[in-house]
Design a protein around this ligand. Structure first.
Ligand SMILES: Nc1ncnc2c1ncn2[C@@H]1O[C@H](COP(=O)(O)OP(=O)(O)OP(=O)(O)O)[C@@H](O)[C@H]1O
Length: 244
C-alpha cells in the first residue's frame, strides 16, 4: 500500500508556556486535496509551522511519503517533496517572468514550466501587466501573487497553502482555485488552510475542522458542503462571543 503524502500525527506544540496544539493529527493521501478549516487563532498556522519544520513539536510525528521528517530541517522536507507557500521571496533582480521560468526549470520540465507560467500569468492580470518588470519593484500584494504563481509553476508533490484567498480579489481566487485543481489533477497532494469555508469546500475532497488546537471534525467536503448549518456551528465552535 502506498504511504500517505503527508501525515502529522499526535502533534503537541507550544510557544513557551502557551500550549497551542493538543494531539492534533491530519493526513493527506496521495492525490488528495484536504482543507484545514477553523476560526482565527485555533492553531492552523502553528500546525503548518510544525509541518514545515519551523517549529519543533513537543510530541508527535510528521512524515512525507512515509519518511519521518519530524526532526529534519526544512531543506530535507523540501527534498522529500514538500512545498509550502511561505513568504514572498523572489529574485529581485529578475523580472516576474524570469522568476517564474527559473523556479519552474529548477523543479519541473520545460514543457510544464512554459505552460504553467502562461497559466499563472493569465490568472494574475496584475502580474501579467508587470511580467517584464523586476520583482524588486512589485507591491506587497503583487509579491504575494508571484509567490503563489511560483509555487504552482514548481509542480510540487505535496503543496501546503496557507490562506490563499486572503486579500485577493474573488476573480483572482477563482483563477487560483483552477490552477490548484489542475495541479491536483497532475498528481499533487494538497493541504489547504482556509478561513473561507466556501472556497475550501468547493475545491477539496475532505476537510478537517479545528477548534482550540484540536481536530473536532473530519468529513468529506461534499457532506459538509450539503450541511451549511453544521459547518457554521463547527466554525463558530467556542468562539460564539467573537463572531459578531
Ligand atoms: N510566535 C508566537 N508566539 C506566541 N504565541 C503565538 C505565536 N504564534 C501564534 N501564537 C498564538 O498561538 C495561537 C494559535 O495561532 P495560529 O497562528 O496557529 O492560529 P491560526 O488558526 O492560524 O489563526 P489565523 O487563522 O488567525 O491565522 C494563537 O493564540 C496565537 O496568538
Amino acid at each position: 500500500m502506498s504511504s500517505p503524502a503527508l501525515v502529522a500525527d499526535g502533534i503537541r506544540a507550544s510557544y513557551g508556556p502557551l500550549q497551542v496544539l493538543f494531539d492534533t493529527s491530519v493526513r493527506v493521501e496521495q492525490g488528495e486535496m484536504v482543507a484545514l478549516l477553523g476560526p482565527n487563532g485555533v492553531g492552523k498556522s502553528t500546525l503548518l509551522k510544525v509541518i514545515g519544520g519551523l517549529l519543533t513539536p513537543d510530541a508527535g510525528t510528521v512524515s512525507i511519503f512515509g519518511q519521518d521528517v519530524t526532526s529534519a530541517p526544512s531543506r530535507k522536507r523540501v527534498e522529500a517533496g514538500l512545498c509550502q507557500v511561505v513568504g514572498q521571496s523572489s529574485f529581485s533582480s529578475l523580472t516576474v517572468t524570469e522568476n517564474l521560468l527559473m523556479h519552474g526549470f529548477a523543479n519541473s520540465s520545460r514543457k510544464w514550466t512554459k505552460e504553467a507560467t502562461e497559466a499563472a500569468l493569465a490568472v494574475f492580470p496584475r502580474l501579467h501587466a508587470r511580467r517584464n518588470q523586476l520583482a524588486s519593484t512589485l507591491s506587497g500584494g503583487e509579491r504575494q501573487m508571484l509567490a503563489l504563481a511560483k509555487t504552482i509553476v514548481g509542480d510540487p508533490k505535496v503543496l501546503v497553502v496557507d490562506e490563499f484567498s486572503l486579500g485577493l480579489a474573488p476573480v483572482v481566487v477563482g483563477g487560483l482555485m483552477d490552477l490548484v485543481r489542475r495541479l491536483n489533477e497532475r498528481g499533487s497532494s494538497i493541504l489547504l488552510v482556509e478561513q473561507s469555508v466556501n472556497v475550501a469546500l468547493s475545491l477539496v475532497h475532505r476537510a478537517y475542522v479545528m477548534e482550540k488546537g484540536e481536530i473536532i471534525a473530519e468529513e468529506d467536503a461534499a457532506v459538509l458542503a450539503a450541511d451549511p448549518a453544521r459547518v457554521q456551528a463547527l466554525m463558530l465552535g467556542g468562539h460564539m462571543e467573537d463572531a459578531g
